[in-house]
Design a protein around this ligand. Sequence first.
Ligand code: SAH
Length: 392
Amino acid sequence: MSDAFACAGDVRLKPGRDASVRRRHPWVYRGALAGPLPPGVAPVRVLAANGRPLGAALPGASGRSLALRMVAWDEEPWSAAALRGRLLEAARLRERLGLDADAYRLVHSEGDGLPGLVVDRYGATAVCQLFERAWEAYLPDVAAALAGELELANVLVRTGDAAGASPSAVLGRVPEGGVVVREGALRFEVDLVRGQKTGLFLDQRENRRRVAALARGARVLNLFSYSGGFAIAALAGGALRAVNVDSSEAALALARRCCALNGLPVRDDDFVTGDAFRVVRSLDAAGARFEIVVLDPPAFVKRASELQSGLRGYKDINLHAMRLVEPGGLLLSCSCSALVGEEQFAQALSAAAVDAGRALRVLERRSAGPDHPVSAHCPEAAHLKAWLCAVN
Ligand code: SAH
């Protein structure tokens, strides 16, 4: 096939280490490799110990235990046609979902068969996030395929997770100032240049909607608010007030602008800059109570070594959040640590409720929306837990 991408060579797995790849799991760990990887970031062909072809893979950053991410299976070549096919498939899935928003995740890495590549759409601008340098070589193909299928003026790229890394344009230009996107009847200003993630926490869209539907007449506390998405949804749903807490002044300034953009009242008391771990304690001491508390902290567990300290963090912040819930009220407790499993999260919440002296019931185990598909072969890529709980 003429459009196959050139491979850097073959990589053999140790005997018996091909089973997970044959079950279509896209990750190969360094310990499974029989020999060293060729240098560089070009794709490699992956072979079982007996020489049977397993597919093609992109190399991970050297030093990390995740050595390869599979991009083609068996004899199928990793080609421009395969890449294009998967991008179009990803775009068609979002169309089929009828998301009622012009901001959504267009490509979700393993969940769209493109491991290491994330593309978020903000109206006419798509922002690519590359979790492996190997993806840089394919950016022109990615931009051409997406712009050919969707009405996109700009395709930008952000490399890695690094906060503060400005995006650059692969196609079009980097929009100056914020862009405004729509989620149902709501509008959000998104800072594509300095914002967190690619600009907006798209994974919480369906959960914002859920909170809006529950919020009539409620006093709402939005902990780790970023640009105030949950508070804005709640106010639009009829909440009496919604207090945002975040340690970032810039995030709260954006939250104020987003409130105003939706014609909602902007009261100084509703934007609290500070460490949420301290603010929950001082709110409790002051006797503040809320019918709905949303708790959406950053990932406390980014690597396995942080598991125990991270779980203590989840327990502590949930304990104090629960104390602020008016009896009979609701807590939407989130964790975006992929390394924290459902069982561990449940235990942290249980321990927090015992210490808070409250009865806790889990009403809905929610997650990211359907524009964040999770491969059935790679369930550990699911990151977001957003559990709606009743607190008595
Ligand atoms: N709930 C938000 C996303 C939250 S992201 C949404 O739906 O859009 C996590 C946020 O926590 C970031 O805005 C970050 O600035 C903030 N943050 C991180 N550590 C914090 C702390 N100790 N106290 C308060 N906010 C913190």
